[in-house]
Design a protein around this ligand. Structure first.
Ligand code: NOJ
Length: 569
């Protein structure tokens, strides 16, 4: 039996003005390319998002996080930025962007953008100038250019691997046509890393932040927030190269990175209410993560630990405790995003119990192999209800509310993720969780595109229509209806600051906690489990599976209860 204890919620970091707005926000992640296409070119855009904002508000969300929509050659679909102060024409114009912000605010939705400051695009004016200016130039000093090793510099400056596979270095041709220096790219070769030790870089990003804040953006999700600085000597990774090399400490989480967030927090504080920052951070220990959440740094960081856990009560509980501790009581939870496989697929697959190392965590959430989608759907429903019951904010990736499975069977020629190409097809990459959304059961693009449009940038499988938003909206048993019910009940019963207190249960596979008058119970087992007699007078708010007897939690399900008498007192 599990012991009962309360996770205390300290008030320091989150008593700052502005942050209270975000601490329990439900944020809908918009992968713009795949949300809705208003002009029929096959690519989701700002016009489509503007039309679709109502659906997000109706679901009960508080904010959106918009994946990058800046000018970009789209080699990594916007995570390769050519101009941080303009909108990519494929997505619309600055006027379209302003219209999205205005409409979102009118609907009561706040807007987070994506800040990609570790790297830019090879098409960025600074990088082009750096290549053209040659060795030793000031232009090159804004990036990490180095001479190669070997007799003629033909070997990379060190042994670092790119996150997307292959070397983290690419050699340029010098202005005189000779093979030249190498530049570092933690991701694709189209994404050169900045050298944050150069003052121009910090200055540039301060300007970028203010530019978007002045347009009404409420905050930023920070891409690879632990990556911006590299160890100054760029020393070889002692682990060597390849999948077994382990965490490369020199490449990530350098002490200087915290200066960036201190200065960004100050910029955010120039506004009222204060602008918000949530980091994408993968570090080897919870303590290292906590450093990013010091009172003068980021407001929040994603608790990816929960996302990568297999469907096991003890593992979920541990990840929740860690998340609550690191996030000072108000972490940012998520069960899916544009980098990992869809939740119903992950939970429907065989999930090995081995612990994923921090560097391999994303890989742990991108396994291939058969999935039992019935089971995956049951578990995803239960996991979502559990996560939405926790203190903290919740990030919902578009399409999860439709219960979309991962699309594995894309034709090779259709795949666009650089991970697929850089791994020579060894890794499928992330295209399968980025397929344009089905809005209607019929139509050439299932309502993703304007009437008459014939294609979507990634092909939608024929079965996608079965997941259409329009049919799910009318079906009380659908995933969409569950999300709507959960968000409504969360708003009604989980406002305020009630701390989480784990409750003893009769079986380890039943996790239960209360927050004031609210109680959440998740049955991880394949058997129905009886609740304790003292719960019998509670009222059921939501159950993720049909409930025959409120005193029995169905297999692989979550039930939300409220103690009406306590709630009224
Ligand atoms: C993390 C983003 O979520 C991912 O989509 C992107 O490819 C990398 N960072 C590089 O920017």
């Amino acid at each position: 039996m599990l012991v009962s204890h309360t996770i205390e919620i300290p008030t320091d970091a989150h008593s700052a003005p502005g942050s209270a707005l975000w601490r329990d926000a439900v944020v809908y992640q918009v992968y713009l390319r795949s949300y809705r296409d208003s002009d029929g070119d096959g690519i989701g855009d700002l016009g489509g998002l503007r039309e679709g904002l109502e659906a997000i508000a109706a679901l009960g969300c508080d904010a959106i996080w918009l994946n990058p929509c800046y000018a970009s050659p789209q080699r990594d679909h916007g995570y390769d930025i050519a101009d941080y102060l303009s909108i990519d024409p494929a997505y619309g114009t600055m006027a379209d962007f302003d219209a999205v912000v205005k409409r979102a605010h009118d609907l009561g939705l706040r807007v987070l953008m994506d800040m990609v400051a570790n790297h830019c695009s090879v098409d960025h004016a600074w990088f082009r100038a750096a290549v053209a200016a040659g060795r030793g130039s000031t232009e090159r000093a804004r990036f990490l250019f180095r001479e190669g090793r070997g007799v003629d510099g033909e070997l990379p400056p060190n042994n670092w691997d790119s996150v997307f596979g292959g070397l983290a270095w690419t050699r340029v041709v010098e202005p005189d046509g000779s093979p030249g220096q190498w530049y570092l790219h933690s991701f694709d070769s189209s994404q050169p890393d900045f050298d944050w030790r150069h003052p121009d870089v910090a200055e540039h990003f301060a300007r970028v932040l203010r530019f978007w804040f002045d347009r009404g953006v409420d905050g930023f999700r920070i891409d690879v927030a632990h990556g911006h600085y590299k160890a100054a000597d760029l020393a070889d990774h002692p682990g060597g190269r390849g999948p077994e090399a382990g965490h490369n400490h020199a490449m990530w989480d350098q002490p200087e990175v915290h200066d960036i967030y201190r200065s960004w927090r100050e910029i955010g504080r120039e506004y009222e209410p204060e602008k918000y920052f949530v980091g994408e951070i993968w570090v080897p220990s919870p303590d290292r993560l906590a450093d990013y959440l010091r009172p003068d740094e980021l407001h929040n960081a994603f608790s990816f630990d929960l996302l990568v856990q297999p469907w096991e009560a003890a593992r979920f509980r541990r990840a929740i405790d860690t998340g609550l501790t690191v996030g000072r009581g108000w972490p940012a939870w998520t069960l899916a995003n544009h980098d990992v496989h869809r939740a119903v697929t992950r939970y429907g697959q065989e999930q090995p119990s081995d612990e994923a190392l921090p560097t391999d965590m994303i890989a742990a959430a991108r396994r291939t192999g058969p999935a039992n989608l019935e089971r995956g759907r049951r578990r995803a429903r239960a996991a979502t209800a559990l996560a939405l019951a926790l203190p903290g904010s919740m990030y919902l990736y578009q399409g999860e509310e439709l219960g979309l499975p991962e699309v594995f069977d894309l034709p090779d020629a259709a795949r666009q993720d650089p991970i697929w190409t850089r791994s020579n097809g060894a890794e499928l990459g992330r295209d399968g969780c980025r397929i344009p959304l089905p809005w209607t059961t019929d139509g050439d693009t299932f309502g993703f595109g304007a009437t008459g449009s014939r294609h979507a940038w990634l092909p939608q499988p024929a079965w996608f229509g079965a997941y259409a938003r329009e049919t799910q909206a009318a079906d009380p048993g659908s995933m969409l209806s569950l999300y709507r019910d959960l968000l409504a009940a969360r708003r009604a019963h989980l406002g305020g600051a009630a701390a989480l207190r784990w409750l003893p249960t009769a079986r380890d596979s039943l996790l239960a906690f209360e927050r004031g008058a609210f109680l959440c119970a998740t049955n991880f087992s394949g058997e129905p489990l009886a609740v304790l007699p003292q719960w019998h007078n509670l009222t059921v708010l939501v159950s993720t599976q049909p409930l025959v007897d409120p005193a029995v939690i169905p297999p692989e399900s979550t039930v939300w209860f409220v103690d009406e008498r306590l709630a009224a007192s």
